[in-house]
Design a protein around this ligand. Structure first.
Ligand SMILES: [Zn+2]
Length: 114
């Protein structure tokens, strides 16, 4: 078991940081044994990259919904724009879903890393 910094983000996600110390078992060989333990946890005021990307997509989605609501009050004038906006929202939803899966996969990967 070897010791690493742990970076903890505002969203609750975390990642491994800098290598700090060998465990007794591997010290002589000067290698890391691959089993990671937390040396110190470094809190970050920011969300992780993936959560930030998800937030950005959510904000863009909300802006599109807002636009659609505005256009719909104008009757049929903006039919084409509304359709286009719905397409954008569908695309954003798919991208958000992919990011969420990636986030889940990564957390699993970190948790079982040996
Ligand atoms: Zn996150």
């Amino acid at each position: 078991m070897c010791f690493y910094d742990q970076h903890r983000f505002a969203c609750g996600d975390w990642k491994w940081g800098t290598f700090r110390d060998h465990c007794n078992r591997e010290y002589r060989r000067g290698e890391t044994c691959g089993m990671k333990l937390i040396y110190v946890t470094i809190p970050s005021g920011q969300k992780c990259k993936l959560c930030e990307k998800i937030d950005t997509k959510q904000r863009r989605r909300a802006a599109e919904v807002e636009r659609i609501n505005r256009w719909q009050r104008e009757g049929n004038k903006f039919r084409a724009s509304i359709d286009k906006s719905f397409q954008i929202i569908r695309a954003l939803d798919m991208e958000t879903e992919e990011l969420s899966c990636e986030r889940a996969r990564r957390l699993q990967g970190i948790g079982s890393a040996h």
